[in-house]
Design a protein around this ligand. Sequence first.
Ligand code: BES
Ligand code: MN
Ligand code: ZN
Length: 501
Amino acid sequence: MELKSKSGDPVRQRTACLVVGVYERRRLSDAARAVDAASDGYLSRLLRRGDLQGQVGQTLLLPEVPGVRADRVLLVGFGRERELGERSYRKAVAEAARALDSAGAGEAMLYLAELPVRGRDLAWRVASAAETLETALYRFDAFKSDPQPPRRRRPLRHATLAVPRRADLRRAQPAVTLGQAAGRGANLARDLGNTPANVCTPAYLGEQAEALAGRLDAVEAEVLGPEAIAEQGMAALRAVADGAEAPPRLVVLRYRGADAAQPPLALVGKGITFDSGGISIKPAEGMDEMKYDMAGAAAVLGTVQAAAEAGLALNLVAVVPAAENMPDGRATRPGDIIGSRDGQRIEVLNTDAEGRLVLADALSYARDLQPAEVIDMATLTGAAIIGLGHHRHAVMGNAPGLLRDLLQAGDRAGDPGWELPLDEAYDEQLRSPFADVANIGGRPAGTITAGCFLQRFAHGLRWVHLDIAGTAWQSGERKGATGRPVPLLTHFLAGRAGWSP
Ligand code: BES
Ligand code: MN
Ligand code: ZN
């Protein structure tokens, strides 16, 4: 979508559709009041008659409103004015996008950045609206044989976010850029996640990284195949891939947004393109959703794209260990002891705890690039869903400042996490009688013991781990990848690049 920001009187705008907010109890936003005055009280009469109550996300499309230059006016409900919060704001903007898309207006000017969202400033309202406009109309129909069923004559292609004053544009323009980059990055992650595992293989992830590097000037890709992985001593990544026909990849993406002397920030994403569990095979029910076990990798690619499109002034290196976890005569067995690039020997008690194995080698690879900070993200444990459900990522790490900044970026981005502890007492659950460490720590605190395992391979790094098992996709009727935590990371990186929030 083409997005921009502009200031100006709503009744004087020549646009296919003017979008204005109304509240419950017949209250009008500033822009709605201007339209009401220009149309001799038309909006007030509609509200008095009860044609729209103003609940969050309600919409009413009005063609040919007298006194305004726009072809149409879309009224959007934002609930009670005093109670307008972040979730309601995003929900109402999303409903506005859907109504605009089905109205066939093609283009619109939205007076929504002026609304008083509790505790949030203009830049937040602009960035959130931009991101929501970009993500609300997402669909994944690449695998339908008729990919474009009766498509609207004019889908929503251009949107202008109005700001109250000309002077606001200085802050609004970068906010549009950031929100749009986050939304587009999330959509890329959703596409990769939704692509089935017979197409989205480790090799495919490598090709997608190369395609990204081809599209974006400041991005370069390097893809290591099985031989290079062996040469690197990545025995843990290999042990996971051994049971699969599909050969593994180690995908490395670099974004150069700052001077080469500046140490990069490292992003590491779990890229298990299908997780059957291996010899410790999973139950059949819902196993299709294990195509999403590369959601960490998808988020890393989406975030690199977002950073590059926003032109953030920092350097990034992304590392994606990609493999398929399958049962086979060559597969790793429970009880096998394997090596790792770091040198630690791992007793694999459960082949379904494979994510931490591939991440161990990726963290070791990342260390050699001397990053300032490392953030890994992974659909690592079912226990994260038990602990935090589908709303917050589980967040763990060894660097308090990095943890704080990531959690704060998540709150701001509407993509929140919650910190879990990594006490030594949990780590002791990983003791192995035969090797240096076991790959599981038993039932209690499964998300934390997985974090403890990773921490052993993150020695000497300023490191945070995001367990996104509960947040990366939705099940049921609205099944699909969410694109999280791309918004969190985009806002975090913007902060690291010196954009004031
Ligand atoms: N990819 C799964 C985690 C997962 C399961 C995410 C269900 C989302 C939904 C991971 O590889 C896994 O299988 N973890 C095991 C670890 C256990 C064997 C210690 C789990 O959570 O059951
Ligand atoms: Mn698994
Ligand atoms: Zn897995």
